[in-house]
Design a protein around this ligand. Structure first.
Ligand code: G3P
Ligand code: CA
Length: 312
């Protein structure tokens, strides 16, 4: 069985497609989606349970989780492939066992870096495993899972599929967008597609890839993915139009500037990744404050400063 699976994956990678498989689809959503980037990471330490819980409380449509893998094969939520930036430890994740990783404090850095948003309960938070996240939220939330650095981790895709299966996310009625899988790695997404074609996949794109994307690029991506995730700063109307015409949704990251939402929505983007789930309210709040503070100036000045520039 294992040998057969390996053959299938190898064949799919070589041919670039899985001809017998039905590609997943995403639902047509009735509103603009908010993907909670690393959880509610503007307000709580990214990729921690506190951040995911807050994102859920604030009404995010999806909780975005970055995945790395430990030395002993556990999937954990962490953005970087090293623990240096967001814990009190040092070194690559793949050099840690889960037990060792669990000794690290993944919350105090946030309190030090953002004293105005610091909370005592963030001290000593641990890096959660994907299993713990599934145990906490079950099927009550939608998950947007990014496979980070999959080339560094042996069988990351297979491990993820097995965990999704164990928690019942691969059953027929759950293959409609409850779990979305993304990656910057085309190779890894193709492996996922060969393993489990019912999972909706998203090809993340670097700014360089966004700038050189044509309809041909989107056609190639649409063979295995249902959406593209571009860096929003390089997205224009034509990019969105071409992607949509190819049958792909567009999910730009990471939009923390409220003034950027309106045109993205107009162009037909499905939703955005943001660190600030309340970005709409921030938009209204920002505009009100901005207009009020510039009252003595001419309308053109107010429009220019409040309409085109904002800060969180
Ligand atoms: O998944 C979209 C976005 O999260 C990709 O960028 O570096 O924040 O994981 P990054
Ligand atoms: Ca991510």
């Amino acid at each position: 069985m294992r040998f057969f699976l390996l053959l299938l994956v190898t064949f799919s990678l070589l041919t670039g497609c899985n001809s017998s498989a039905m590609k997943a689809t995403l639902p047509t959503y009735d509103h603009f989606l908010i993907f909670a980037h690393r959880g509610a990471s503007g307000y709580a330490p990214e990729n921690t349970m506190a951040s995911f819980k807050l994102a859920n409380e604030l009404g995010a449509d999806y909780i975005e989780i970055d995945l790395q893998m430990t030395k002993d094969g556990h999937l954990v939520a962490l953005h970087d492939d090293s623990v240096d930036r967001t814990t009190n430890g040092k070194g690559k994740v793949f050099l840690y066992t889960l037990e060792e990783l669990k000794q690290l404090d993944a919350g105090s850095w946030f309190n030090e870096k953002f004293p105005k948003r610091a909370k005592v309960e963030y001290e000593g938070l641990t890096i959660p495993t994907l299993r713990e996240i599934f145990e906490e939220f079950g099927h009550d939330v939608n998950y947007y899972i990014e496979m980070k650095n999959p080339e560094q981790y042996k069988q990351m895709e297979k491990t993820l599929v097995l965990l999704l299966e164990e928690f019942g996310f691969l059953e027929e009625n759950e293959s409609d967008g409850k779990v979305i899988i993304s990656s910057f790695s085309e190779r890894s997404l193709r492996i996922m597609y060969a393993l489990e074609p019912s999972l909706p996949l998203v090809k993340l794109q670097t700014s360089y890839e966004v700038k050189k994307s044509t309809k041909r690029t989107f056609n190639k991506i649409s063979k295995y993915a249902v959406a593209v995730g571009p860096s929003y700063k390089f997205v224009n109307e034509n990019y969105v139009k071409n992607a949509i015409e190819t049958g792909l949704q567009v999910h730009p990251y990471t939009v923390d500037d409220p003034s950027a939402i309106d045109h993205l929505e107009e162009w037909g983007v499905t939703g955005i990744f943001t660190n600030y789930i309340d970005i709409y309210e921030r938009n209204v709040h920002f505009l009100t404050e901005c207009v009020y503070s510039l009252k003595p100036f001419k309308n053109e000045v107010v429009f220019f400063l409040c309409g085109f520039k904002s800060s969180i």
